[in-house]
Design a protein around this ligand. Sequence first.
Ligand SMILES: Nc1ncnc2c1ncn2[C@@H]1O[C@H](COP(=O)(O)OP(=O)(O)O)[C@@H](O)[C@H]1O
Ligand SMILES: [Mg+2]
Length: 231
Amino acid sequence: MRSFLGGEVLGKIERVATGVVGLDEMMGGGVPHLSTVLVAGESGTGKTTLCMQFLCKGAEMGERGLYFSAFSEPPELMLRFISTYEFVNPQYFKGCIKYVDLGGFCEDRERLLQTIEAEVNNFRPQRMVIDSLSVLERALKQEYRPLLLWLARMIRQWPTTTLVAGEPDLGESYPAEIAALVDGVIILYNAEMGCMRRRSMEILKMVGTSHRCGKQAVDISAKGFIVYPGL
Ligand SMILES: Nc1ncnc2c1ncn2[C@@H]1O[C@H](COP(=O)(O)OP(=O)(O)O)[C@@H](O)[C@H]1O
Ligand SMILES: [Mg+2]
């Protein structure tokens, strides 16, 4: 983006395609380049699926993607679970995508920030995912807010487009503390409808983007996370 100087017209913001059909269409091609976007939603709403799709889309185009997991899940198990999705090519995980498990030391703030910083500096990812901040919050307790503020500051300095996953507290639809620090917020829902559930999503905010508002229908299948705008 060019700077606004003496009446010069602002440049267009470069878009980073998420690879999620329908979602990119809702925001003019993708999330803003170098932005940080919160993907919020309760358990099972598709946060991990959407974030993995984002990294796989990058890998398909030769971009490096760094995935930080807070779930203490060995890479083999994670890969086995997500390999049922058609967008996953296991080859991506041998080069373009690096999986880093933070699960073993989630309550150690110093080690967390040292590990995150070292991995980013070594791997130099174009795309990054942190899945999820809410898991880190529960593990870190009063150490969480300093980590969140450090992360918000560091992410702005790294040349990477980032998705952070977060689970809302009971009765809320997104973690407001994270939402205030990021450039975009996407909320995923899986609402109860009698004895059924219906998936949907909405873009709550997205800097520099004239995006579609309101809840849109969603499906998660072997093809991954798909949005049906306007349906
Ligand atoms: N291969 C698949 N085909 C269809 N649906 C799937 C597949 N894998 C996962 N799902 C659906 O997606 C849900 C998991 O989404 P996930 O991304 O793990 O959510 P979250 O990270 O928000 O907890 C599962 O509970 C299931 O309903
Ligand atoms: Mg998940």
